[in-house]
Design a protein around this ligand. Structure first.
Ligand SMILES: Cc1cc2nc3c(=O)[nH]c(=O)nc-3n(C[C@H](O)[C@H](O)[C@H](O)COP(=O)(O)OP(=O)(O)OC[C@H]3O[C@@H](n4cnc5c(N)ncnc54)[C@H](O)[C@@H]3O)c2cc1C
Length: 454
């Protein structure tokens, strides 16, 4: 039997002391959820406002999705851009893309301010495609990216692609024709069923370690304005017209504003005495998907990389992904020069998110599926028996339109959100943190696709 053991949590300081809320408390801003969304929201709020901030988590810091992901930093949406454009228009889609990309600088700002010494590996994010349908969807999206001013993306199609002649002429300026060997080299595979490749800016990071280090910095930098309470579950939130009461079992927190950074899985009631009933549907409509991953260690003889493999079976327009993805980065064990290879792909949708428990064992059949993928695409040496040091799962939540919610609750401005985790949540969470800090500072922002709806 395997347990849920994530390499990211493994690297955290296991000796760090946690503090539980032991008395009632007044604050300006209460942030519920201490994953990368809550930590980024705290960072930018403390930096750009004078507010007092309390950060709360029912468990330990960064032990949610932030401690159970694939470590890929990419500025992408998990929905075809042309669909987002259809729903929100081109200008809003362009703004949203540029907003996500602004998070590259925000992460840099956090690293610099906190003087972080932890690894952030810049690399390329490569996605390989097998058929015309996948290529056309990706080219349409790439066109929107280029029109939005994102000039660093690249698209290659193999000179022997069976569908080369079928790609409409209108797309011909969007891609370069190259020998297939060039595509396979970037994908680090010998599988000749991949005929095209999209490449953009990417990085690999341990987002849990990042949160731990940022929080240690914030506690030191703002001793008068910042408090962190772990193992402190919020059971209920009562909103009035100008403040919020948070029920933390034996104690109550009185805050001027409350920001939910709960990943959409808070499982508590919100009572809005300051206005109409808050639409609880969205809380209940966040779809839960459990993602499974395995990782092993290999000698550090290759550079960091981020690769996704869209095989014949992958339908990128469908909600649930049917592709494998691989992250390779230094293992953060400074004595040994090792790379950590993380592979994910298998997913299971669950009806009731409350059913998910982090302690659930790791199903035995998953490593076999991951092994099959690795042997086919990445390490075909039959003599190399891979020993999975880490096997883990995490809960992803999808809002109905697969876009993160960032902003003020229309029915009561005392409540704000930076949530709706999905398979790509690191960059959106950091951007969300900065956007929330601007709202709290009273800046007037242009409407965006991330705004909560009434
Ligand atoms: C298998 C997997 C692979 C992924 N791979 C990637 C990837 O490669 N790249 C990427 O960008 N994203 C990836 N993601 C998504 C990414 O990890 C998340 O989008 C991101 O970590 C979300 O951060 P968060 O702070 O919103 O949520 P979380 O990290 O889940 O934090 C929410 C916190 O809220 C707390 N909380 C909830 N309810 C309460 C309550 N009532 N009281 C107090 N506290 C509460 C929880 O304990 C939790 O700590 C992946 C996710 C999974 C599961």
């Amino acid at each position: 039997m395997r347990i849920n053991k994530s390499p990211w949590i493994h690297q955290l300081d296991q000796e760090r002391k946690t503090t539980v809320l032991k008395n009632d408390l007044d604050t300006d801003i209460a942030i519920v959820g201490a994953g990368i969304a809550g930590v980024s929201t705290a960072f930018f709020t403390l930096k750009y406002t004078q507010e007092r901030v309390v950060l709360l988590d029912q468990g330990k810091l960064a032990h949610g999705a932030t401690g159970h992901n694939a470590g890929q930093v990419v500025a992408r949406f998990e929905r075809p851009l042309r669909e987002i454009e259809k729903e929100f228009g081109f200008e809003n889609t362009k703004d949203a893309l540029q907003s996500l990309h602004s998070a590259w600088l925000l992460i840099e700002e956090m690293y610099e301010d906190a003087k972080l010494g932890i690894v952030f590996s810049h690399t390329e994010g490569n996605i390989g495609f097998s058929n015309l349908y996948q290529v056309l969807l990706a080219l349409q999206d790439n066109e929107i990216e280029i029109l939005s001013g994102l000039v660093h993306t690249k698209f290659f199609v193999s000179d022997n692609a069976p569908f080369l002649k079928d790609i409409p002429k209108i797309y011909q300026n969007l891609y370069k024709i190259v020998p297939q060997s060039e595509i396979l080299k970037k994908m680090e595979t010998e599988d000749t069923s991949f005929y095209a490749l999209y490449s953009d800016q990417a990085a690999c990071m341990n987002s849990a370690l990042f949160c731990q280090e940022v929080v240690l910095y914030l506690l030191k930098k703002y001793p008068e304005r910042f408090l962190l309470f772990e193992n402190t579950r919020i059971n209920k939130v009562v909103l009035t017209t100008n403040h919020a009461l948070l029920d933390a079992e034996k104690h109550t927190i009185n805050a001027s504003k409350v920001i939910l950074c709960t990943n959409g899985f808070e499982n508590f009631e919100i009572f809005n005495k300051g206005g109409l009933e808050i639409n609880k549907n969205f809380h209940h409509s966040v779809q839960g998907t459990v993602g499974y991953m395995s990782a092993y260690i290999e000698k550090m003889n290759k550079m960091p990389t981020v690769i996704a493999y869209h095989t014949e079976d992958t339908d990128p327009s469908k909600d649930s992904s049917t592709y494998f993805y691989l992250t390779r980065r230094p293992s953060e064990n400074h004595e040994k020069k090792d790379n950590l290879i993380c592979v994910g792909g298998p997913e299971i949708d669950i009806d009731d998110r409350a059913e998910y428990l982090r302690d659930y064992e790791y199903p035995d059949e998953i490593p076999a599926k991951i092994d099959q993928f690795i042997k086919k695409e990445y390490d075909s040496d039959p003599n190399h028996k891979i020993d999975y040091e880490f096997t883990w799962h995490g809960l992803m939540g999808y809002t109905p339109n697969r876009i993160r919610l960032i902003g003020t609750e229309p029915k009561n401005p005392v409540l704000l959100y930076n949530l709706g985790c999905n398979g790509i949540g690191i960059i959106p969470s950091v951007y969300g943190g900065r956007r929330i800090s601007k709202i709290l500072a009273g800046e007037r922002l242009r409407p965006s696709i991330f705004d909560p709806k009434g």
